[in-house]
Design a protein around this ligand. Structure first.
Ligand SMILES: [Zn+2]
Length: 435
C-alpha cells in the first residue's frame, strides 16, 4: 500500500491534530467563501452569455435585457430582483475590476462580506486610483475583522481623495436641512442634516445631560427618552433653566485630530494625513482650522509633540488624569475589542495589569474597552494583553487558544530632542521615532 508509506515513517507517538468545535465552524465558513466565489463567477458568466445572445437586437434594448437577466436570476434563486441586482453588480465588480479579491475569496482568505465591502467602497473611488487602493486593501481584507476593515478602507479612500474633500464638503454643506418625518400613533421624527461635527456635538451634549438627569432620585426614563425630552425642551424653550445646575452648563466635547504642520502650510497639508474627528472620519482642513481657532468646545490633539504630554502617573493615581485618558482614547479611537466599533470616548479605561496586582496608570497599561468587551476580558477565559513595544497593539487569546491582534488607530510617537533643533527651535524641533 503505497499510500500508507508516509504514515510508516512517523513515530508511534504521533497524533494527528483533532479539530475542535471552532475548527469545524471555520471549515464550514471556508467552504461558504469558496462557494461564494464560484457563485459570483458563474453569475457573471451567465450575464455575459445572456447579453451575448441578446446582441444584434439593437442597443436600445440593453437596459431591458439587463432587467430580464435580473428577473431570470431572481426567480431562479427565489430572491428579490433587488437582491439579484446586487449579486450581479458584485459579480461584475469582482470578476472584472477586482480579480485579486475574487481569488482571495475563492481561496477563503477573505469572506464574502469582505469582498462585498471592498467592491462597494472601491467603486466610490476615482477609477485611476482603484488599482493602487486594491493593492493596499488586500492585506487588510485578509487580516482585519469586517468592521475594522470597512473603516480602514473608507479612511484610505478618503485620504487619497483628501484633495477633493474640501470641495465636496462645500457642496454637501449646501444640502443642510431640517425635515419632519411623519410617524404613526401620534408621533413624528425630526431629522437634521448638518455637518457631522455639529451633529456629534449635539448628540454628545444631550447624552451628557441625560446621564446627569438619570442619576436623580426617582428618574425612570431611559437614556433615549431623556435625550429626546431634553432636545425637545431645548428647541421649544431654548433654555435648560429647569434642569439641575449640574446638567445645564454641559457642552459636548468632540475630539479633532489635526496634523499640526497642516495647520500652518497648505503645501504640507496636501501631503499629510487629513484632519479627522473621532468616530466620524476625515473633515476638510478649512473646517479643522476653524475648529482649532480657540473655542473651548473642541479638544485639540495635534499629531506632533506637545509639551506636557502625560504618559504615566505610575502608582500615584488609579484614575488616569484627563490628559492621559484623552491620549489613551485618542490612540485607540475605538474600543480595543476585536472588530469593535464603539468610539473610544464612550469606552471605559481598563488597567491591563489590575491596580490590585500593582498595575500602573500609564499609556502602556491603560486601554479603552466598551462595557461588553470589558466584561468579557475580566470575567471569561479570554486573555488580553498589550504587546510590549508595539505602541498600543493588543493581543486577545480566546479560550480555545486562538490569537487575534487589535491595532490602535494611531501610534503615539516617542520624541527625542535633536541638538540642531535647539538652534532653530520651531515646529520641526522634535524628531519623532517609532516605538
Ligand atoms: Zn468593544
Amino acid at each position: 500500500m503505497e499510500d500508507a508509506a508516509w504514515w510508516d515513517g512517523v513515530g508511534e507517538d504521533f497524533l494527528p491534530p483533532v479539530p475542535d468545535a471552532v475548527d469545524l465552524v471555520i471549515e464550514a465558513a471556508t467552504m461558504v467563501s469558496v462557494f461564494a466565489a464560484q457563485r459570483l463567477t458563474r453569475i457573471d458568466a451567465m450575464r455575459r452569455e445572456l447579453l451575448r445572445e441578446a446582441t444584434g437586437r439593437g442597443d436600445g434594448v440593453r437596459e431591458i435585457v439587463e432587467r430580464s437577466i435580473r428577473l431570470e436570476l431572481a426567480t431562479a434563486m427565489r430572491v428579490t430582483e433587488y437582491a439579484a441586482g446586487r449579486l450581479i453588480a458584485q459579480a461584475e465588480a469582482l470578476v472584472r475590476r477586482y480579480p485579486s479579491a475574487l481569488d482571495a475569496l475563492g481561496a477563503a482568505r477573505i469572506t464574502e462580506k469582505h469582498a462585498e465591502i471592498l467592491a462597494d467602497v472601491l467603486d466610490e473611488a476615482p477609477v485611476e486610483l482603484r488599482e493602487q487602493l486594491l493593492a493596499r486593501a488586500m492585506p487588510l481584507a485578509e487580516s482585519e475583522p469586517v468592521g475594522t476593515f470597512r473603516r480602514a478602507l473608507r479612511t484610505m479612500v478618503e485620504t487619497v481623495q483628501a484633495t477633493t474633500l474640501e470641495e465636496r464638503h462645500r457642496r454637501a454643506v449646501a444640502q443642510r436641512r431640517l425635515v419632519i418625518e411623519p410617524g404613526q400613533d401620534g408621533m413624528a421624527g425630526l431629522w437634521i442634516f448638518a455637518p457631522a461635527v455639529e451633529i456629534h456635538a449635539i448628540h454628545g451634549r444631550l447624552t451628557e445631560m441625560a446621564k446627569v438627569l438619570a442619576k436623580r432620585e426617582g428618574e425612570t426614563r431611559s437614556r433615549d427618552q431623556l435625550r429626546a425630552d431634553i432636545a425637545a425642551d431645548l428647541l421649544i424653550d431654548g433654555s435648560t433653566d429647569h434642569l439641575p445646575s449640574s446638567a445645564s452648563g454641559i457642552r459636548a466635547q468632540v475630539v479633532v485630530t489635526v496634523p499640526v504642520l497642516a495647520l500652518l502650510d497648505d503645501a504640507l497639508a496636501a501631503e499629510g494625513d487629513p484632519a479627522t474627528v473621532e468616530g466620524i472620519g476625515p473633515i476638510p482642513l478649512s473646517r479643522a482650522r476653524e475648529l482649532c481657532g480657540g473655542d473651548s468646545l473642541w479638544m485639540r490633539v495635534l499629531t506632533h509633540p506637545e509639551t506636557g504630554m502625560v504618559l504615566s502617573v505610575g502608582r500615584d493615581s488609579y484614575r488616569p488624569p484627563a490628559a492621559l485618558q484623552r491620549l489613551v482614547r485618542w490612540r485607540a479611537d475605538r474600543c480595543m475589542g476585536p472588530g469593535c466599533s464603539m468610539p473610544a470616548s464612550r469606552c471605559e479605561i481598563d488597567h491591563q495589569v489590575r491596580w490590585v496586582d500593582d498595575g500602573e496608570t500609564c499609556l502602556d497599561n491603560n486601554l479603552p474597552f466598551c462595557k461588553g468587551h470589558h466584561l468579557a476580558k475580566d470575567n471569561t477565559d479570554w486573555r488580553v494583553r498589550q504587546i510590549e513595544g508595539s505602541g498600543g497593539s493588543v493581543a486577545w487569546t480566546s479560550p480555545t487558544g486562538r490569537r487575534y491582534v487589535v491595532h490602535p488607530a494611531r501610534r503615539v510617537p516617542a520624541f527625542t530632542i535633536q541638538s540642531s533643533a535647539i538652534r532653530d527651535a520651531g515646529e520641526r524641533s522634535f524628531a519623532a521615532a517609532p516605538f
